[in-house]
Design a protein around this ligand. Structure first.
Ligand SMILES: Cc1cn([C@H]2C[C@H](O)[C@@H](COP(=O)(O)OP(=O)(O)OP(=O)(O)O)O2)c(=O)[nH]c1=O
Length: 212
């Protein structure tokens, strides 16, 4: 039997975030991508940017939900993923040149991926978390970079790569949360939802009961 859950909205255009939520048995009732300016503020640190943008997306989604009464009082999730080498924020690669520059920078060294996460609660409060993951890439050869660029998998991805695809072959170590790098830290998402009263495991498969 499927339990009727409170309304859940994923305020994101990212198919990866949707897939990660579905992976843990959560099917959003609605997808509502936000359109916010993602330009860093002067001297803004990567972790500050990820945290701020997750909250800005949540504020935009909250304002929308107040206007559209079907979604007023829904649980709304937002996130923002930022890739950085030191204080340097890498772009969401949109051109070959940008993606190549990212890969050269990431080759043979460590970088950090920050994902800011925010939840709008039914009472209209915004709860937020920030998750840090440290990743080290192997040294990339010219041939590896060329082949990766040809794959097009980097397009629209923060830092010019997607760890869930071919670039998984570049990772020599990862400390932190793999789903957070893909776009949504799952343990922290569950933590926020449960703290706000959402029954996360309501529709997980029931344990088999032995027949006596
Ligand atoms: C580093 C990395 C990023 N990404 C993606 C996740 C995000 O979609 C994107 C970072 O951009 P975001 O601005 O976080 O998200 P988005 O614009 O795609 O979606 P929305 O704001 O509507 O929620 O990069 C991967 O898919 N794999 C990776 O390994």
């Amino acid at each position: 039997m499927t339990v009727a859950l409170p309304k859940l909205v994923l305020a994101s255009a990212s198919p990866r975030r949707l897939g990660l939520l579905q992976q843990i048995g959560l099917e959003p009732d609605h997808l509502h991508p936000t359109d916010v300016d993602e330009t860093p503020l002067p001297a803004e640190l990567p972790r500050q940017l990820a945290q701020r943008l997750a909250k800005v997306k949540a504020e935009a989604a909250l304002a929308w939900s107040k206007r559209d009464e079907i979604w007023t009082g829904a649980y709304i999730l937002t996130a923002d993923t930022v890739v950085a080498v030191g204080r340097r924020i890498l772009p969401k690669a949109e051109t070959v040149d940008e993606a190549e520059a990212c890969l050269h920078l990431l080759s043979g060294r460590s970088h950090r991926v920050w994902t800011g996460l925010a939840l709008v609660t039914p009472a209209g409060a915004i709860k937020a978390r920030l998750v840090e993951t440290r990743i080290r890439f192997k040294r990339l050869s010219r041939a590896e970079i060329d082949a990766y660029i040809a794959s097009d998998e980097w397009r629209g991805k923060a830092g010019g790569y997607a760890v869930q695809g071919l670039a998984g072959a570049f990772v020599v170590s990862l400390q932190g949360s793999w789903p957070s790098v893909v776009g949504l830290p799952l343990a922290e998402t569950v933590g926020l939802l449960e703290a706000a009263g959402f029954p996360v495991r309501a529709n997980w498969p029931a344990p088999l009961v032995p027949v006596l």
